[in-house]
Ligand binder design. Structure first.
Ligand code: F6R
Length: 242
């Protein structure tokens, strides 16, 4: 695992955008996967600006959404679907047919997951997956205790995930479960880009980077990933000893 520490969130976001652009410039038909949440917002802004400036072409890429809140419709602002189109796909000119996202309104989660797993296999796996880290060490909606070889699955969400999730919506929204790519898919991404910023993430970054590799802290598995790049700011790095 490569760990890069930045002076501030802007530098971190620029570097993360640069990494993604580099992948797409080398492989225009790259398969990408994106998380939502606060951590990548700066990266998505930087990515749109830099792609426009450099004329980077995303028209041959294929993109997956990492996760979704079950029971939340795609058009609702705050859903992962809404945020990915708003922050990533539309600004980069990525069309709907170049994307595959979970449908939070599915009444058949098993089929939804089977189709997602099949799509990822069909396109030959994910070249670059961008993720954040939850305060409890979750990646996507893979909560502590998750099967580390899992594919797409439904997940009961922890209190802390529900509390921080509520903040993405502009009105109180009933959320209890998520649907997510599994840790098997996270571990299989050819590049895993992990972002964290701010002092609230310092303790979990310490555990994930310097603690034991355990499914109690799913993010700790990045230590074993064949190409994980962790980008954090100084505040999130504050509890690291090395
Ligand atoms: C969201 C997701 C979550 C977040 C994590 C960190 O799509 O997959 O795992 O990445 O909860 O959230 P922020 O970035 O808001 O701190």
């Amino acid at each position: 695992m490569e760990c890069r520490i930045f002076d501030n969130y802007n530098d971190l976001s620029d570097a993360a955008a640069e990494l993604i652009l580099g992948i797409v410039e080398r492989k225009p038909e790259a398969v990408l996967c994106f998380a939502t949440g606060n951590s990548p917002v700066g990266t998505y802004k930087a990515l749109a600006g830099m792609a426009k400036e450099r004329g980077t072409d995303f028209s041959q890429c294929f993109c997956f959404g990492l996760d979704e809140w079950l029971g939340v419709p795609p058009e609702k602002s705050g859903s992962c679907h809404y945020l990915l189109f708003d922050q990533v796909f539309r600004p980069l000119g990525i069309k709907e047919e170049q994307t595959h996202l979970f449908n939070g309104m599915t009444t058949d989660v098993t089929t939804e997951c089977r189709i997602m797993n099949g799509e990822i296999e069909h396109v030959g796996g994910i070249d670059c997956m961008l993720v954040g880290i939850g305060l409890n060490g979750h990646i996507g909606f893979n909560e502590p205790g998750v099967d580390m070889e899992s594919g797409a699955h439904e997940q009961e969400l922890h209190e802390s995930t529900l509390a921080s999730g509520q903040l993405y919506f502009n009105e109180p929204t009933a959320i209890a479960k998520g649907i997510t790519l599994g840790m098997g898919q996270v571990m299989n991404a050819r590049t895993l880009l992990i972002l964290a910023n701010g002092k609230s993430k310092a303790e979990i970054i310490h555990k994930a980077c310097e603690g034991p590799v355990t499914n109690d802290v799913p993010a700790s598995y990045m230590q074993k990933h064949r190409h994980a790049v962790l980008m954090i700011d100084k505040e999130a790095a504050a509890a690291l000893s090395k």
